[in-house]
Design a protein around this ligand. Sequence first.
Ligand SMILES: Cc1cc2nc3c(=O)[nH]c(=O)nc-3n(C[C@H](O)[C@H](O)[C@H](O)COP(=O)(O)OP(=O)(O)OC[C@H]3O[C@@H](n4cnc5c(N)ncnc54)[C@H](O)[C@@H]3O)c2cc1C
Ligand SMILES: C[S@@+](CC[C@H](N)C(=O)[O-])C[C@H]1O[C@@H](n2cnc3c(N)ncnc32)[C@H](O)[C@@H]1O
Length: 616
Amino acid sequence: MARLLTHPMIDWKDDGTPVAREAGDVYFTAGDGLAETRAVFLQGCGLPEAWAGKTEFTVAETGFGTGLNFLALCELWQAHRPTPNAWLHFVSFEGFPLTEADAARALGAWPELACLAARLLADWPGPVRCVHHLVWPDIGVTLTLHLGDIHDTLPQSQFMADAWFLDGFSPAKNEAMWSADLYGLIAERSKPGASIGTFTVAGAVRRGLTEVGFDVVKAPGHGRKRQRLEARLALASPAKPDIYGLRAHNGPRQKIAILGAGIAGASAAYALTERGADVTVFDPVGPASGASGNPLALMMPRLDAGDTAQARLLIDAYLAARRAYSGMEGAHETTVRQMPKDKAEQTRFAKLLADPPLPLEDLEAISGGGLLHKRALVLEPARIISGLLDNVRVRTGTVEISLQDRLVNAEVFDIIVLATAMETNRQLGWVGLEGRLGQVESVADARPVQAEAMASGHYALALEDQRLWGATFEKIEDGVPAATSAAARATNADALRQLSPWWQRSATSLPVQSRAAIRATTADRLPLVGAVPDYSAALETFSGMRKGRPVDADAPVLPGIFMVNGFGARGFTWGPWAGRVLAAMCLGGPSPAEVAALEAVSPVRLIVRALKRGEV
Ligand SMILES: Cc1cc2nc3c(=O)[nH]c(=O)nc-3n(C[C@H](O)[C@H](O)[C@H](O)COP(=O)(O)OP(=O)(O)OC[C@H]3O[C@@H](n4cnc5c(N)ncnc54)[C@H](O)[C@@H]3O)c2cc1C
Ligand SMILES: C[S@@+](CC[C@H](N)C(=O)[O-])C[C@H]1O[C@@H](n2cnc3c(N)ncnc32)[C@H](O)[C@@H]1O
């Protein structure tokens, strides 16, 4: 299976209806798509009445196609939003994403949806296996689109639906989209009383839904179709144990304190504020004062060979970062020439290019076995962090906390998020983050150029009259402060000479500034994003893991305490993705990440791993 998805070939009927050539079926009924959507899915699920009085409502769909159902639902939500702060979450699944041009052509048939369509098309995803997540705060809508075969993506999705639109091509033409294994997964992701609307009355669909606990009835069909189905979940599936603490916070959630104003804290603050929370950020020194405070930073993807959960997680983070920063002051698009730094990297690049995870718009081969990243960003961290914190209260000076009482400087919060890099080792005691000292060199007043970047282990960045190069990466004992050194400067100068002798000569003829800081890293090089476990309770609850026994219990967590940390050498790539993941956990709503990714970044994993290895 290729890592990239394929766009469907579309044929167009005379009235403009798109037909998927391979499936041999229409995306919606010819000439009548919007009316059909309203009748079969919106009315079929009892909308808008079903969301009356609710502050949050989640609709899931099989088969995103053109996005018509989503846009029709958004239109209905705008007209009948139950309160000005209520949120509509839409989760959908698509294995063969349309090109933006085909989607635009199909949606062009409905002028009444033009504004919403333009918005969706402006962020239309490429043919990449990923979780595409959009937040539209002004109308209170999120879209979480799982791209990939539904048999892979539905089991990896994390949400609970109030309503479902079952909209694969017809069961006769696209059996896979209606196969028996999907119904149980649908039921597991349905709240008690959840409704389903679909155009088909196929016996296998009725039986499949009935077997997993839905009451299914036939209703009068729309247009020329005689009948359609409506269903309601009578029997909710029992919840599975939450070993990694992934379930949404179950308590008050409006007033949130974030400790730390680096890229981790600022991204979390942005994502939580965007979702309507009242956020205060505390930092003893101030924004961008720690590792996040270099004059320039590079944001480009780390690409793993092979389609693993970790590889997909890295791609999701890169795409989320691109979307979050694009258009912000302080973000500058650039290409990056990345040459392999050693034999292992050469092999990895060759594998990657043989089956690339990103389309040619993002990634190309260059001679010598290198990668050309075509949509990377050179960032000005101070401006980016200040932009993220634009609508957020920031308090500098002493920070005193009691996690147990959820107090920060004697004020009670519903939720506290620890984004304090290495300081978290002292705040929690058991986390064991390791410090890696890094140094970069920079000059101002160089000959002005547009954004440029090169990388090969080390990197060199240019933006207007600034140049920055580095960075060193050395172990440092926890508690030892960061300090610049002449040795690190010499290492960086050597690396710059390898990257570009011309840059080396022109940049180092100017006065050079060094800056050192400490990156907080984890042993597996993945960040820590999620609920903070209650360490001693977790050791007890999960003690059977020491003997290799399976333990089916919820992770004991500290109520209302979350963390976002361990960003290592890639803080600016992780930040926006981690912020959105955290916002879904703290405030509810579908997660913008796969379950495997959530487990891979869960702080609980550190305890599970240590128990399994007999280290604690
Ligand atoms: C030399 C170097 C070069 C790098 N280059 C890049 C790059 O080009 N691209 C990239 O993506 N990444 C790069 N990184 C990595 C990136 O900088 C880090 O991953 C990122 O800055 C980590 O962000 P953070 O918010 O977790 O930590 P920090 O930025 O260190 O922020 C932690 C904050 O917590 C605050 N704090 C401490 N104690 C408390 C407390 N008790 N209460 C409240 N607040 C507290 C601190 O004052 C600080 O502001 C580089 C790192 C280094 C060192
Ligand atoms: C009838 S169309 C959906 C129409 C859509 N709801 C809309 O509003 O335009 C069915 C969709 O299911 C998708 N699909 C078919 N098989 C799939 C699979 N195995 N996994 C994920 N999506 C699939 C098709 O690519 C197609 O976009």
